[in-house]
Design a protein around this ligand. Structure first.
Ligand code: NDP
Length: 445
């Protein structure tokens, strides 16, 4: 990295001790900025880089709640309002025991550039809690969400900060959160949260959007090499919202997804994933991947290793950060995998990305390939503001158009800065320059 950029990185590490995921996300972006700053040195002036790596506001709060046995629990809540240059803060809420300030900060930082790439006028933010919804009753989840929202409601609003779902936060949680927000504010601000139910302001295609978008992005990358997903074997990780709808879109495009996973292991189904069964197990029954295997002849559960050990043409990591390391990358490359598109946020380690880029395969960072979720959240906000509702085909056509535009702006930026085909540089440069130009226009704030 150039000296000026390296100094900003060192400051981030010194000021945010122990927050490794945040350091990792910042480093990846700053490294990409070398050619951008060499060409446009004004981006390194007036403390712009120092400002962009510092959240505008960080909120941390106590979330007390009572379980079904009457026992009191105390979790920690977070909301990082990172950057509002382009619009209201926008980004999901994650409920998972691994959540801490560093995780939320890395996600919020990524979100700034992802949201810029969508071109929809949304700033970057993220939030969540170390609460674990697994094994909790609906009533417990509801009480937790009500307590969480009691504090969060002071900080959010349709023109201020608009949260959505992420790991551990789906339609059920958004419902409880919205109910409590409405009650506290005495106001039906549908645009304060996205990922809502269809009967109360949700958008068609929001559920499918992140997974669909990731697969559409992979298809666009393959098209640059005169190829398509038709007939390709695909490894998917995760069995949540992103993974399920990545599998659905991949099947629609004629590919054969053969794996999925959760924290108990991964499933290999050589005949191709039975999507209806997977949805039944995961969306309806909230079960484990073993419940799929017990009802699906020919499928097997593997409790050691990762889905990346299975020979495939395309890999779609859709579970969590740093789930695909250098060894997994080596295994994928050895088996001939030629495309990796991230459905999750930062699922590939820096060493894995280096291996993919050195091998010259198609690799898409999540901030570009998984932007379909937040893009469709912005479409939900648009429908809420206009008190209207689009049909599935209209919303899907808009998502498809946005993903194609994101792909093309990554390709164009990578060419502009001298590294054609480098989607990491392309996504970071295209996202950064949009945010930076507006920050310069707004003055030192
Ligand atoms: P879900 O909670 O719906 O699903 C997450 C899946 O990943 C589950 O199968 C879960 O298994 C698995 N998983 C999570 N953490 C771990 C872990 N530490 N080890 C192994 N498996 C794990 O979340 P989403 O599908 O919404 O999110 C998945 C990824 O996509 C995240 O990185 C998220 O930030 C990203 N993303 C999501 C968007 C969205 O619209 N939902 C938008 C953009 C990005 P288990 O149930 O056993 O924990």
């Amino acid at each position: 990295m150039q000296d000026v950029v390296e100094k900003v990185y060192e400051q981030v590490v010194a000021r945010n001790r122990g927050e490794e995921e945040f350091h990792q996300a910042v480093r990846e972006v700053l490294e990409s900025l070398d050619p951008v700053i060499a060409k446009h040195p004004h981006y390194a002036e007036d403390g712009l880089l120092e400002r962009i790596v510092e959240p505008e506001r960080q909120i941390m709060f106590r979330v007390p709640w009572v379980d079904d046995a009457g026992q009191v629990h105390v979790n920690r809540g977070f909301r990082i309002e990172f950057n509002s240059a382009l619009g209201p803060y926008k980004g999901g809420l994650r409920f998972h025991p691994s959540v801490n300030a560093g995780i939320i900060k890395f996600l919020g930082f990524e979100q700034i550039f992802k949201n810029a790439l969508t071109g929809q006028g949304i700033g970057g933010g993220k939030g969540g809690s170390d609460f674990d919804p697994h094994g909790r009753s609906d009533a417990e989840v509801m009480r937790f969400c009500q307590s969480f929202m009691t504090e969060l409601s002071r900080h959010i609003g349709p023109d201020t900060d608009v949260p959505a779902g992420d790991i551990g936060v789906g339609g059920r949680e958004i419902g409880y959160l919205f109910g409590q927000y409405k009650r506290l504010r005495n106001s039906y601000d549908a645009g304060v949260l996205t990922g809502k139910g269809l009967a109360w302001g949700g958008s068609l295609v929001r559920t499918e959007a992140t997974g669909y978008g990731t697969v559409l992005f992979a298809q666009s990358m393959l098209a640059t090499r005169g190829d398509s997903l038709e007939g390709k074997r695909i490894a998917v990780s995760g069995a949540g919202n992103v993974a399920i709808y990545a599998i659905e879109k991949a099947q629609q495009l004629g590919a054969r997804p053969i794996t999925f996973s959760d924290s108990s292991g991964y499933v290999v189904d050589e005949a191709g994933v039975d999507l209806e069964l997977l949805k039944q197990v995961k969306e309806v029954e909230r079960g484990r991947v073993a419940d799929y295997v017990s009802r699906r002849p020919g499928a097997r559960l593997v409790t050691e290793g990762r889905p990346w050990d299975v020979p495939v043409d395309v890999a779609l990591p859709c579970a969590t950060q740093n789930e695909l390391d250098a060894d997994s990358a080596t295994a994928l490359l050895r088996s001939g995998c030629a495309v990796v598109a991230e459905g999750a946020n930062m699922p590939c380690t820096p060493q894995a990305i280096e291996a993919f880029q050195a091998a010259g395969i198609l690799y898409a960072p999540g901030k570009a390939s998984n932007a379909g979720g937040v893009a469709t959240s912005a479409l939900e906000m648009e429908q809420n503001a206009g008190r209207t509702r689009w049909d599935f085909a209209t919303a899907e056509a808009k998502l498809t158009g946005i993903m194609a535009d994101i792909h093309d702006s990554c390709v164009a930026a990578a060419e502009t800065y001298g590294r054609p085909g480098d989607y990491v540089l392309g996504a970071n440069a295209a996202g950064f320059t949009q945010v930076a130009d507006v920050m310069i226009a707004h003055g030192i704030v």
